[in-house]
Design a binder for this molecule. Sequence first.
Ligand code: AMP
Length: 305
Amino acid sequence: MNNTNSILLVGSVALDTIETPQTRRENLLGGSVTYALVSASLESPVHVVGVVGKDFPAEGHELFRSHAAGLTDFQIRDGSTFRWGGRYHENMDQRKTLFTELGVFADFDPQLALGNCNHPYVFLANIHPALQLSVIEQCNADCTFVVDTMNLWIETTPRELEQVLARTDILLINESEAALLTGTEDLPKAAQALRERGPDTVVIKLGSQGTVVAGAETAVRIGVYPVSQVVDTTGAGDTFGGGFVSALARGMDLGEALINGAAWASFCVEAFGISASSRVDKSALDLRRARIRETLTLEIGKTLL
Ligand code: AMP
């Protein structure tokens, strides 16, 4: 198999229930893999590792068939698909998890097909760190590992998460998770503390304030694309991650990867689930990338945090 520029994507595939102050939606296609697949696959070949139950709907299977370059390690098992429910507060910035039902993810322990062990980029989207670690250990050591996580794992599985961090090349994390993981709200200190635990590069998502990436020598900061009405922020981080990794896999630098991630995230928040992002084409993406590019600030040898 020719794996040039290809991405291996691991994480949750879910049916989500989302409550906003205005409305409630049930059984939306969601999960970290679903969001990241939509954004990564427009410009890069993506191979998926994941599991769903027999209850996964036909439209979900169709989405995976039409977006993934490979589904060898995408399993359909007896049992229920992972389900997650969340409720948003008025400003859509804060949310509460209402329920998490692991279903078929509870004992998912994939043995990767040989052809999936040597993709140049491996995006370990949000899922139990033990699963992330198992995939890392099956992949060639020279793959670039990009990792996302969430507060649940920081609080409940810190030892496994630490082992994942030690093998991570690029960590994607939001501001509050970085503070939770390091014990400091001082962003430069948090970024430095995270880099000492494994990743060379740390990307900190600042919500409506944009995103910063901190590496050994360089720091880059970008703003967000101004969306007129934010409908649902679920999956914005995963959609960002898919766009970010796709740009890196195509040989772009960290600044362009941030721009691509932010452009994709701006589509995600305009509608529930993947309904806006799954309709994006290159010309719409180019317009947003150009607008966000104007907000980029690059500094060498400093942090912009
Ligand atoms: P985000 O808004 O970027 O944090 O992503 C939200 C998505 O993450 C939803 O579609 C959920 O199905 C999924 N999700 C929520 N909790 C978990 C969890 N514990 N493990 C894996 N995925 C999750």
